[in-house]
Design a protein around this ligand. Structure first.
Ligand SMILES: [Zn+2]
Length: 134
């Protein structure tokens, strides 16, 4: 099979090992790999796959999103049943459609709107004994 390019969407869900494999494909087979995804989760922590992409990508191109206030959006707020939440698992996707118990959506937010909605909370507290770079 002749592959001219690999396009990856939702790249934040890749594991770091999968990102490394894509890097090897790009180098060893000279196949361009274009990965699209978001940088951080609803608590502003990097997705492991996104972090690895930032570490080894040949080039980065930012696709800008606008917050409801008109500023550049940098975060993704999680909205459950119409209200922002700032606690929970890193990944939560509404898979049940109309039958789902709760409606989970995301809204792109600028830093100011994120702080306003979160009550000035920024980021996930580091677990005890965990180094900042883990
Ligand atoms: Zn805003």
């Amino acid at each position: 099979m002749d592959v001219s390019c690999l396009l990856i969407d939702e790249a934040q869900f890749l594991t770091p090992a999968q990102v490394d494999d894509l890097f090897r494909i790009a180098i060893n087979y000279d196949i361009p790999v274009l990965a699209y995804g978001i940088r951080s989760d609803f608590l502003t922590a990097a997705f492991p796959g996104s972090r690895r992409l930032l570490e080894i990508a040949h080039s980065l191109e930012e696709l800008k999103t606008i917050c409801r206030c008109g500023r550049k959006a940098v975060f993704n707020g999680r909205v459950i049943d119409g209200g922002f939440v700032f606690d929970g698992d890193q990944v939560a996707i509404d898979e049940g459609g109309a039958q789902a118990e709760h409606v989970v959506t995301y809204e792109s937010l600028c830093g100011a709107c994120y702080l306003q909605e979160s009550g000035d909370q920024l980021g996930r507290p580091l677990e005890e004994g965990r180094a900042p770079r883990d």
